[in-house]
Write a protein that binds this ligand. Structure first.
Ligand code: 0GY
Length: 296
């Protein structure tokens, strides 16, 4: 009997994704993906809000090679809480071909951070999505920022569009580079030129240290796969206005998808619809993530 049983409504990652038609540039980096367990080896956190299927490092690296990525940035998922063991184990196995973004508590020690840095960690993730965590007061995150900025790390934040106004002041005063997951989850049924997404654009305009992941059309789209037409104007406008501050990732193994599991090959084929020139593609997939994660 396995230690963990996945949620009843859990959808597993795509068993046999298609080969992308879009050929990724040499050195392309999947800058947003996760590992889940395996739970028997790396137990899921007691405070988790979901129990996923196992999705370990070997499967992630096989997908990397199949899709044509050179490297991965593995981001701590909330089902592992602040226990980064599965992620760190994956970094150990990947050598120079992966970097990590962890979740830590303010009690983390300098030695623990240094050890993680040596294994390839370059950032921490703060999650504000109530479906996934209980968000904390700003002071909780500020304590962590003080510790990690000494190592030159950056902060990844995950929030939903309405949270931006609420935490604007805090988000705007983080002194490190700040990467926003999935463009702050806009409601794509609204006008991409309307007040909600304009606020996000203003956030990036006013704060030159803010970057955005133009990832997860499959999470945001209402019109659906494989084109994700309704998400394109949102992603494209960010890539074109802030070409040096964007990242892209598959989000494999796609936690909490409730209706349809994306075909990872088709997700790669979505990239040229938001980054339409070779120059933009090179920045999004190679130069930007290399600058943030491989410069030291
Ligand atoms: C994502 C999105 C989700 C999950 C997590 O850490 C997580 O559990 O980030 C989500 O459910 O929207 O980026 O993986």
């Amino acid at each position: 009997m396995p230690t963990f049983v996945k949620d009843n409504d859990w959808l597993d990652f795509h068993p046999n994704p298609s080969k992308p038609i879009f050929k990724l540039p040499p050195g392309a980096i999947d800058a947003h993906c996760h590992v889940f367990g395996p739970g028997d080896e790396f137990p899921f956190a007691p405070e988790r809000k979901y129990t996923p299927c196992d999705a370990g490092k070997d499967q992630l690296f096989a997908l990397r090679d199949f899709l044509g990525f050179d490297k991965n940035v593995i981001v701590q998922a909330t089902c592992h809480g602040a226990d980064n063991s599965a992620l760190l184990d994956a970094l150990r196995s990947a050598g120079d071909r992966a970097r990590g973004v962890v979740t830590v508590r303010p009690s983390v020690t300098e030695n623990e951070l240094k050890e993680m840095h040596e294994l390839g960690v370059r950032g921490v993730r703060f999650n504000f999505v109530r479906r996934l965590v209980e968000p904390k007061a700003d002071s909780y995150y500020q304590e962590i920022i003080e510790k990690i900025s000494k190592l030159g790390w950056h902060v990844v934040i995950y929030f939903e569009a309405p949270d931006l106004q609420e935490r604007w002041k805090f988000f705007s005063t983080i002194g490190t580079t700040v990467v926003v997951d999935h463009m702050g989850r806009p409601d794509v049924s609204k006008d991409p030129e309307g007040p909600e997404f304009n606020l996000f654009r203003r956030f990036m305009r006013e704060n030159p240290n803010i970057w955005a992941k133009v990832s997860c059309p499959e999470r945001l789209s209402i019109s659906g796969s494989p084109e994700y037409k309704d998400v394109i104007p949102f992603g494209k406008s960010i890539v074109e206005e802030f070409p040096d501050r964007t990242l892209w990732g598959t989000d494999w193994p796609h936690p909490n998808m409730k209706n349809e599991m994306p075909d990872d090959g088709k997700l790669v084929d979505y990239v040229p619809s938001i980054a339409s020139t070779l120059v933009l593609q090179e920045k999004l997939l190679v130069t930007n993530p290399a600058e943030l994660y491989w410069r030291n």
